[in-house]
Write a protein that binds this ligand. Structure first.
Ligand SMILES: NC(=O)c1ccc[n+]([C@@H]2O[C@H](COP(=O)([O-])OP(=O)(O)OC[C@H]3O[C@@H](n4cnc5c(N)ncnc54)[C@H](OP(=O)(O)O)[C@@H]3O)[C@@H](O)[C@H]2O)c1
Length: 264
């Protein structure tokens, strides 16, 4: 990747051990998840792209299918246990046992003053940004433990690392993902399963572009020590590393992908 971080300008990072593995990427229908699915497929990984929007899922799967790797689109609402179990069965049938789980579905971080917060919205955010990770991991974890290997990457946010402009439920959910990751990593490390987390700050997805003007994005870029907004590729390349054996002695960490903004 280039110093500016745009796309794959410096060439796609390669981790040869990934070739032939099977990955599930939730949140794969767009944004960061789609970029991560693309990066895995380019490394020879068979990928199941998971989300709720079937048209978007098929478009991503069709665009990343390459000669060396298969890609399938599987619809699942990751807040629903039955959907997620069915997704795991479909992946096992069509691609085989899951080696890599990228649990990125979520994104309910629009600011809400806590004085205006409702119990229903609070629960919805916790379901979307925390419980979804638990349900997705639960659907594949037993098989990983039985096989004695697996790499799981979860999705937090800078909002879960320090106060930010989001809503309190999102901050609590994303901080919960960090704690869940560490707890689980410790629990399943003796079984050969690694669990790590990424915590991005502002990543320039279509969603971020919809909600900001070019001038706001320019000011935002200036606010980062590294003077740019993050790109989906920044998260995808970090996830490749955490998925691969290049990080085989790393588990339970949270990597802040935040242009130097978060230093804890
Ligand atoms: N962009 C950022 O600046 C940023 C920063 C920190 C963390 N994050 C996190 O990164 C993750 C990806 O976000 P993004 O920025 O790439 O946003 P995005 O472009 O809006 O993508 C969100 C993805 O999550 C999926 N999703 C949401 N709820 C789901 C559910 N209940 N079941 C299944 N899939 C669901 C969506 O799928 P469908 O639309 O197909 O349902 C979509 O693929 C989120 O967890 C978000 O919190 C983003």
């Amino acid at each position: 990747m280039s110093a500016r971080g745009d796309g794959w300008a410096g060439g796609m990072p390669r981790y040869p051990d990934l070739a032939g593995k099977v990955a599930v990427v939730t949140g794969g229908s767009r944004g960061i998840g789609a970029a991560t699915a693309r990066a895995l497929a380019a490394n020879g990984v068979d990928v199941a792209v998971v989300g709720r929007d079937e048209a978007a899922l098929s478009a991503v799967a069709d665009s990343i299918r390459v000669a060396e790797a298969r890609a399938i689109a599987v619809r699942a609402d990751c807040t629903q246990q039955d959907d997620v179990r069915h997704m795991a069965d479909t992946v096992a049938e069509q691609l085989g046992a899951v080696d890599i789980l990228v649990a990125f579905a979520g994104g309910n971080g629009m600011p809400v003053p806590t004085t205006e917060e409702t119990p229903d919205h609070w629960r919805e955010v916790i379901d979307t940004d925390l419980t979804s990770a638990f349900l997705t991991i639960s659907a594949v974890l037993r098989t990983m433990v039985e096989r004695g290997h697996g790499s799981i990457v979860t999705m937090s946010s800078s909002a879960g690392r320090q106060p930010a402009r989001s809503n309190a439920a999102y901050a609590a959910a994303k901080a919960g993902v960090v704690a869940f990751t560490r707890h689980l990593a410790n629990e399943v490390a003796p079984n050969g399963v690694r669990v790590n987390c990424v915590a991005p700050s502002s990543i320039e997805t279509d969603r971020l572009r919809r909600w900001t003007t070019p001038e706001v994005r320019r000011q935002l870029a200036e606010s980062f020590p590294l003077r740019r907004i993050g790109q989906p590729a920044d998260v995808a390349t970090t996830t490749l590393f955490l998925a691969s054996d290049a990080s085989s002695w790393i588990t339970g960490i949270t990597l802040d992908i935040a242009g130097g903004m978060i230093m804890i």
